[in-house]
Design a protein around this ligand. Structure first.
Ligand code: ADP
Length: 243
């Protein structure tokens, strides 16, 4: 049944993505060509933002059904992990200025060559960052901290674990609900839909991706003060023998 669902979703999502792509392209062109036209850019940005949201939503649904059907595998290649993460983090620079949020990238070094699954790390980080920006009010702060660790402290080997911490000074999550936020479609405050639109898919997807990566994710949060999401992923070659 999961295989049939996947075929269905793959077909449907293709039907959605083609027209969405055909909206996004011209909108982008219009934004750059008609930038001087009064009032135009604002309207066009609304179209662009909402089209991107639809695109992201349909991609998330597809990802969920791919996970259910068991076709999602690790896809490991060698590269500069820190440069890669820095690039993803930088993509939110613009929003941080727009929302007046202090935004810091704190990393142990600038560069580290190792084995990783770029697509999964991007999705994991993208979900955590988009939540942090969604639930942190103007004047707040978001930190992304990247560390390399050794599971057995004291040994001189190459680090075997990547730890990413995304902390925000946003609205936080009540303690009694913390255990539920990785469930599908769960939202702490779904009534405020228009204030913070969402589906409750992002963290469920993130959790599943971290599991496939054989990593760990956990959350610490204080209601009204902020949240930290901590992800640990293996990066040593021996963890990816099969892949
Ligand atoms: P969505 O953001 O689409 O609602 P998620 O699965 O990403 O779905 O998140 C589930 C719920 O967890 C959110 O609706 C929100 O209530 C809560 N949440 C997630 N991240 C944060 C955060 N950084 N600060 C406060 N609440 C959060």
């Amino acid at each position: 049944a999961d295989q049939m669902k996947l075929r269905f979703f793959t077909k449907i999502s293709h039907e959605f993505r083609t027209p969405l792509t055909l909206i996004l392209g011209p909108v982008e062109k219009l934004i750059s060509e008609l930038a001087s036209h009064p009032g135009f850019t604002e309207q066009a940005l609304v179209i662009q933002r909402n089209t991107l949201r639809l695109m992201n939503l349909i991609n998330q649904f597809l990802d969920l059904s791919r996970l259910d059907a068991g076709v999602v595998k690790l896809n490991i290649s060698k590269g500069d992990l820190f440069k890669y993460i820095h690039g993803i983090v930088n993509a939110y620079q613009f929003i941080s200025h727009q929302k007046n949020i202090e935004y810091n990238f704190i990393s142990a070094s600038d560069s580290h060559i190792c084995y990783f699954d770029a697509d999964k790390i991007e999705k994991i980080l993208y979900n955590l960052l988009s939540n942090a920006f969604k639930f942190t009010p103007p004047g707040g702060k978001i930190d992304v901290k990247v560390d390399l660790l050794n599971k057995e402290p004291g040994n001189e080997k190459e680090p075997d674990t990547l730890k990413i911490t995304v902390s925000d000074t946003g609205k936080g999550i009540p303690e009694e609900l913390l255990s539920r936020i990785f469930e599908r479609f769960y939202q702490v405050d779904s009534k405020k839909y228009y204030e913070s639109p969402g589906t409750g898919i992002g963290l469920a997807l993130t959790h599943d991706l971290v599991s496939i990566y054989r990593g760990q994710i956990h959350v610490e949060s204080t209601s009204g003060k902020g949240s930290s999401f901590i992800v640990s992923l293996p990066i040593d070659r021996s963890s990816f023998k099969e892949e």
